[in-house]
Ligand binder design. Structure first.
Ligand SMILES: *Cc1c(COP(=O)(O)O)cnc(C)c1O
Length: 437
């Protein structure tokens, strides 16, 4: 048999494409929320089972030697068009491919991949594009583990970085990219919007304009990668604003029930094939059980995110008027004209994760958190249940005081992710918790 290493160049298998997969009716292109129930799966290939079985297997049997050779020719790129069949479960499997097909639909992406966690998705994408001596330009702040990965881990391999604040203007972004070009080859531009926990949006369109002006089209033009965990895939679709690759922690809104850990990457076939080669080599694919759960989650994604978004709008409008509340930092209440402009151009909704600043300090914030009865005291976000946490004492405990101050991570700050409960009940919970402060 051909050596396994050749399979590391694998494209997606063109297996089991349902003959009757309906993507449009007449001229009407079907909506993602409709396609989540059937796209990418043919019941006839699984004994008529309405839902796909979970394929617990490490490897796939070839019908005959010639088929195996043909698959490997596709896998290794000897013949264009990618693999025609499944080969080995570190490369892909039916459950993973169904989710990948469906995930891509939400952002009109040509292709998508799923990973064992958000961080393994981010790590696999970074390893695909960087080499020693390269520079990564990124918006700041980033998710803490992403900052560690770029600064400390890739730093060990001679990769450097330069950042700009999330809300930077086109001129400020341009100055940072100009300087980065003097430090080494700019391998990629990495964004996270909105920044956590400041909720400041990045102007993706401005980043793309600067990148396109500073780098000729071609292989040396750095891709723009964006972490869309907080608003995607419903409220922000960055590929339409100039980003090339979208990465996700699917643990959050996409998984949506706080019961699995997963990641994703979306983009053009060319970019995704490069990332797939790295995933095939290092084995960061999601397992079939979690892929099946994620598939189920995608069926209700629009329902859950819409309800959470409506709840958050009501809760924030109420919180803003309370005398014990100093400020509510929520995308629906932009604090500057520039942020309002980015919001109007990029977003179709304000999400359901925001920051609440109480009058007082840690004592008041802790009293509020300890009094909550519906909302649970936990980090993470995007689940069906409302969660509340204290960034200064929890997720951002190790951030130096100076940086905390710059990011407005005060002792009086509470981070809230609103779920799909009844909004009136949530308001009642926040009302009694404020009374306990
Ligand atoms: C949670 C999160 C991650 C990491 O995802 P995991 O699934 O926990 O590995 C990355 N980026 C953002 C913005 C996140 O919220």
């Amino acid at each position: 048999m051909t050596s396994e290493s050749e399979a590391e160049l694998s494209g997606a298998s063109q297996r089991r494409r349902p003959k009757a997969d309906v993507l449009a009716i007449g001229n009407r292109k079907l909506n993602p929320s409709t396609l989540m129930m059937g796209h990418g799966y043919d019941p006839a290939l699984s004994e008529g089972s309405l839902k796909p079985p979970i394929f617990l297997t490490s490897t796939f049997v070839f019908e005959n030697a010639a088929a195996g050779k043909r698959f490997f020719e596709g896998v290794t790129g000897k013949r264009p068009g990618g693999a025609e069949g499944l080969v080995y479960s570190r490369f892909n499997g039916p459950n993973q491919e169904i989710v990948e097909d469906r995930l891509g639909i939400w952002e009109d992406a040509e292709d998508a991949l799923i990973f064992s966690s958000g961080m393994s998705a981010i790590a696999t994408v970074l390893l695909t594009f960087v080499k020693p001596g390269d520079v990564i330009v990124h918006s700041a702040p980033l998710y803490a583990a992403t900052e560690t990965l770029i600064g400390r881990i890739l730093g060990k391999f001679g990769v450097t970085w330069l950042d700009f604040p999330a809300g930077a203007t086109k001129e400020e972004i341009d100055a940072v990219i100009e300087k980065a070009k003097t430090m080494g080859r700019v391998a990629l531009i990495y964004l996270e919007s909105p920044a956590n926990p400041t909720n400041v949006l990045v102007d993706i369109e401005a980043v793309a304009e600067v990148r396109n002006a500073r780098f000729e089209e071609g292989d040396s033009r750095p891709p723009i990668v964006i972490d869309n965990t907080f608003l995607g895939p419903l409220w922000l679709k960055p590929l339409g604003h100039g980003a090339d690759i979208v990465v996700y922690s699917l643990t959050k809104y996409a998984g949506g029930h706080s019961d699995l850990v997963a990641g994703g990457a979306l983009g053009s076939k060319a970019h995704i094939n490069m990332i797939r080669m790295m995933r095939n080599t290092i084995g960061t694919i999601l397992d079939p059980n979690s892929a099946w759960m994620l598939m189920r989650s995608l069926e209700t994604l629009e329902l859950r995110m819409s309800r959470a978004g409506e709840n958050a709008a009501r809760v924030c409008a109420w919180l803003k008027e309370q005398p014990k509340v100093e400020r509510v930092v929520y995308l629906g209440f932009p604090e500057t004209e520039r942020q309002a402009d980015i919001y109007r151009r990029h977003c179709s909704g304000a999400g359901s994760t925001f920051s609440l600043y109480l009058k007082g300090g840690e004592k008041e914030a802790f009293a509020f958190l300890d009094a909550l009865r519906i909302a649970k005291l936990a980090v993470s976000l995007g689940g069906t249940e409302t969660l509340a946490s204290h960034p200064a004492a929890m997720t951002h405990l190790s951030v130096p005081d100076e940086r905390k101050k710059a990011l407005r991570i005060g002792d009086n700050m509470v981070r809230i992710s609103i779920g799909v409960e009844h909004a009136d009940d949530l308001i009642a919970d926040f009302e009694q918790a404020l009374a306990a402060v």
